[in-house]
Structures are given as C-alpha cells and as structure tokens.
Design a protein. Structure first.
Length: 127
C-alpha cells in the first residue's frame, strides 16, 4: 500500500490562521495528516490541505456555489469535496478582504447564536 504524499509548509497557513483566530471561540488545531487547522466548538472551520496547494474552508452549499461562480480564479471544488460543505481556496491567489469575508461566513455557520450576537454587538461598538 502506497502512502499518500504529504507536502505542505506551515507558513502558508499563517495569514488564514491569524484572521480566523480573531473570531470568537476559534482555536488553533492539528487536522488531517498533521496539517494546521482552525476549529470552532471542536468542528473544523479551515485547514491547510496536506497537498499544500489550497485551503478547504467550511461553507454552506448555497454560499459556496455563489463564491465558486463569482471567483473561479480563487476558489475551486475538487471532486472529493463536492458532497461536503467546503470550498477550496487556492493558496497564493486570494484577496485578503475576500478571505476575511469567507472566514466570517464559515465561522457564522459553526458559532453559537450567542457568539454571533456578541460578535455583532462588538462590531457595532467598534464602528
């Protein structure tokens, strides 16, 4: 049995991780094949793919399809991910503002109603 090649650089996940960790209740973790990830309430929010080329980000199917259509140069969907609520972002071809938007949407799908309410209050106060 041939083992799968794991080829990634932890530094490639730094920006994504740092943005994700600004959201309430997020925590740094280790996921599949020892890749760095961020979780919310123990559920995977995003991680560096073990191939090192992209970052799967948890996102509801309807929202995912909208971003796949509007930003095909940034997001894609490998066959393995089609049945799961994830979108895959190419590693070196993304816009930081768009990344922040996607990560917040991902977080909202995993956070509690209370966490979302407190987050909204904080946003209002910091405007």
């Amino acid at each position: 049995m041939k083992s799968k090649s794991v080829d990634f650089n932890y530094a490639d996940f730094e920006t994504v991780k740092n943005i994700a960790l600004t959201l309430p209740g997020t925590e740094e973790s280790i996921s599949h094949e020892g890749t760095p990830s961020v979780k919310v309430r123990g559920k995977l929010m995003c991680r560096l793919h073990d191939g090192g080329e992209f970052i799967p980000i948890r996102l509801g199917f309807e929202i995912r399809d909208k971003y796949l259509d509007s930003h095909p140069e940034i997001f894609h969907l490998p066959d393995h991910f089609k049945d799961y609520p994830y979108i895959c972002m190419w590693l070196h071809n993304y816009d930081r503002k768009l990344l922040e938007e996607i990560l917040e949407l991902s977080w909202r799908g995993l956070a509690t109603k209370k966490q979302i309410m407190e987050f909204e209050e904080n946003k209002k106060q910091n405007r």
